[in-house]
Write a protein that binds this ligand. Structure first.
Ligand code: ADP
Length: 406
């Protein structure tokens, strides 16, 4: 049975939402609210087929209040495909951190809602607004099933040697400090799409999936299972990202905090919001701006790109060593899908490992939504580009679980 699913992707200061008809896998409404919680907050809502954006001011509202406003628009707007909330069959919620409590997507019943509470401290910026959205929807639409889809769930298969940190054991025992990873839905999807492209079952393949967007992470997917990933206890570990530092010597934190007398929160903001591509380039977190500046001769921008590329190369090389076989490297998300220039820089350095880019194929601008192979025909390890659509994937998971309810 086709379902209309409202996908809710609540961020720390953003809300992404889509109304998706799962039968034809089509989006009927797209919403993006940004700068949420500030006086400048706005929310763009667009309906199929034209997706003409209408902007609403949502100054100083919480993420859950923005969602409530979106529901009003959904019911009232003459362009909307629904006129009553009962026409929404299910709600799919993206949850950043599921900790050890959730290893797969779940229907949100009483016990699941209680366990979600326990996960809040693992992603204090992201999980609480998502939980607030769940509660708001439950109050407004109590008989509509809600599903939680976790960024961490795909990584539940990592072995202890990959997820444990070399810290005193009590920190794991007392606080469950370990690697959880993130972007799991994206890595899972990228791996499955690559298997389809290669025409082989996922269980037979060794894949390295690279989600390179504003946030970035790389995962070793051995026989369909995540065996290691670059993000850690939080999404701060691993690659250099738009505004996050990724992995650095942890002693730098205590050194800076002592030298500058800054607080934990201030240090946290430096690492999460002021570092990475933005911090090094001094210009922008957006790779397009930084690439343009580097081409125009800006040396800091060039350094930021060199560092970004080098860290991606080292992560791919590390996971090559971690796996028993590597059949393909899969590129996805904003940078991975769209930047032929960065892909060329990354794979220039990896040809000796058998990942050989076809320059022409790399530069062909892919049709939106069409996955492709961009390595030469006899490259021992294939290079694939896969288009990600997080909301669509959440809708599919939601459909699967709700259909089982009967
Ligand atoms: P998010 O992690 O926010 O979901 P996305 O996957 O949408 O991020 O990726 C956003 C990033 O993708 C932007 O910050 C930008 O740097 C990058 N990007 C998008 N298109 C291009 C392009 N053509 N060239 C280089 N970078 C791009």
């Amino acid at each position: 049975m086709p379902m209309r699913i409202l996908v809710v992707n609540a961020g720390s200061s953003s809300l992404k939402s889509q109304l998706i008809e799962t039968d034809g896998k089509v989006s009927l409404m797209k919403c993006l609210a940004e700068k949420v919680g500030t006086p400048d907050a706005y929310m763009n809502v667009a309906f199929a087929p034209d997706f003409q954006k209408v902007t609403y001011h949502v100054a100083d509202m919480t993420v859950a209040e923005c969602l409530k406003k979106l529901l009003e628009v959904l019911v009232d707007d003459p362009e909307s495909p629904i006129s009553d909330l009962s026409q929404i069959d299910a709600i799919g919620n993206r949850i950043v951190a599921g900790g050890e409590h959730f290893t797969k997507s779940v229907i949100i019943d009483g016990p699941a809602r209680e366990k979600l509470e326990l996960c809040e401290e693992l992603a204090p910026l992201h999980n609480p607004p998502a939980d607030a959205c769940i509660d708001m929807m439950a109050a407004l639409m109590p008989s509509t099933p809600q599903v939680a889809v976790f960024d961490t769930a795909f990584h539940a298969t990592m072995p202890a040697k990959a997820y444990m940190y070399p810290l005193p054991a009590r920190y794991y025992d007392d606080y469950r400090i370990r690697r959880y990873g993130a972007h799991g839905t994206s890595h899972r999807y990228a791996a499955q799409q690559a298997a389809n492209l290669l025409g082989r079952p996922l269980r037979d393949l060794g894949l390295i999936t690279c989600h390179l967007g504003n946030g970035g992470s790389i995962t070793a997917v051995n026989h369909g299972k995540s065996i290691d990933t670059t993000m850690g206890f939080t999404p701060l570990e691993g690659l250099m990202m738009g505004t996050r530092s990724g992995s650095i010597d942890p002693a730098i934190l205590t050194y800076i905090m002592r030298r500058e007398g800054i607080s934990f929160d201030e240090m946290d903001a430096v690492l999460n919001r002021e570092s990475g591509v933005l911090g090094v380039s001094g210009l922008s977190a957006d790779m397009r701006d930084v690439l343009a500046a580097a081409d125009a001769g800006n040396e800091q921008a060039r350094l930021a790109i060199d560092m970004y590329v080098y860290r991606v190369q080292k992560a791919i090389g590390g996971f090559y060593a971690a796996m028993t076989r590597t059949d393909a490297v899969v590129m996805t998300a904003g940078i991975g899908e769209n930047s032929a220039e960065l892909r060329e820089l990354i794979f220039e350095g990896l040809a000796h490992m058998g990942m050989i880019l076809d320059r022409e194929r790399n530069h062909v601008v892919g049709q939106i939504g069409v996955n492709r192979i961009i390595s030469i025909d006899d490259s021992p390890i294939k290079i694939c580009v896969v288009t990600t659509d997080e909301e669509m994937r959440i809708a599919r998971e939601t459909d699967n679980l709700v259909s089982q309810l009967g």
